[in-house]
Design a protein around this ligand. Structure first.
Ligand SMILES: [Zn+2]
Length: 262
């Protein structure tokens, strides 16, 4: 698809700003204390010296490069995570507009991709999937599905219900088999959110692809005797959801023809 260069630049700049906000989400939503989880208050400060970060030191990617990765007041290093996440989200938004043009599908891809990135990083680090990602995504996913009329909305609701029910069932069975909590509540809510974007078929594909990615990583670890107690399943579900969103329609098509030919 040929896309107007202005749209590409616009999507990139918007992606940088969203990436900057995602950094705040990643930092604060993992906090246990509810009061520290506010995304808008207090304003960003340097984690080392506590000094407030002014707007000119808060420009995505650029400020970090200008300051050479050091705080303006204390000179201590600022994590490279910040510019990297900003750049990754910008690339994601540009790729989405390149793939889908200025359409609702582009907005869905950009929003879902950003939320999945936030979930994957938080789950990998802290073994938790903050509700804020799930609820925001669920509302946005269902809202965007409304643009496809009543059938689109029904597909979104059905997807969310399937995601919730399937992961709930997996958790229940896993609990009986392993005698410990197999599925955190975060995974169940996450899949309801994912279902709102990818529909019920997408949920099945997400769980299948997620389990496959998870096995590719964890089976070798098991064989090497490095069994990990916790598995951040949200990371693999996020990868599976991305596959379902991007390749789902082509895969369902192929599957239908495969069944027809058999
Ligand atoms: Zn500082």
């Amino acid at each position: 698809m040929v896309v107007d260069p202005i749209l590409l630049v616009g999507a990139g700049l918007l992606g940088l700003c969203v990436g900057s906000f995602l950094n705040v989400c990643i930092l604060r939503l993992a906090k246990e204390d509810k009061k520290q989880r506010s995304l808008f208050h207090p304003p960003s400060t340097c984690p080392r010296c506590g000094r407030r970060i002014g707007w000119r030191d808060n420009v995505p990617v650029v400020s970090w490069l200008v300051l050479r990765g050091r705080c303006r007041s204390c000179g201590q290093p600022i994590s490279m995570q910040y510019p990297i996440i900003e750049a990754v989200v910008a690339v994601l938004w540009i790729a989405a507009v390149l793939a889908y043009g200025p359409t609702v599908r582009f907005v869905e891809a950009a929003v879902l991709g950003t939320i999945l990135l936030g979930i994957a990083i938080t789950d990998a680090r802290h073994y938790l999937i903050p509700d804020e990602y799930n609820w925001t995504g669920l509302v946005l996913g269902l809202g965007l599905s409304l643009t496809a009329g009543v059938p689109g909305f029904i597909e979104g609701v059905l997807g969310a219900a399937t995601g919730f029910a399937l992961l709930y069932a997996v958790g229940l069975v896993g609990g009986w088999v392993f005698k410990e909590e197999a599925m955190g509540g975060g995974d169940i809510k996450m899949m309801a959110m994912v279902g709102a974007f990818v529909g019920w078929k997408g949920v099945l594909l997400t769980v299948f692809a997620g389990a496959l990615f998870g096995s590719l990583v964890y089976v070798p670890l098991l064989v090497l005797g490095k069994r990990k107690r916790h598995v951040p399943f949200g990371v693999f579900l996020a990868m599976g959801a991305a596959v379902a969103f991007v390749f789902g329609p082509a895969i369902y098509d192929w599957y239908r023809r495969f069944l027809g030919a058999a």
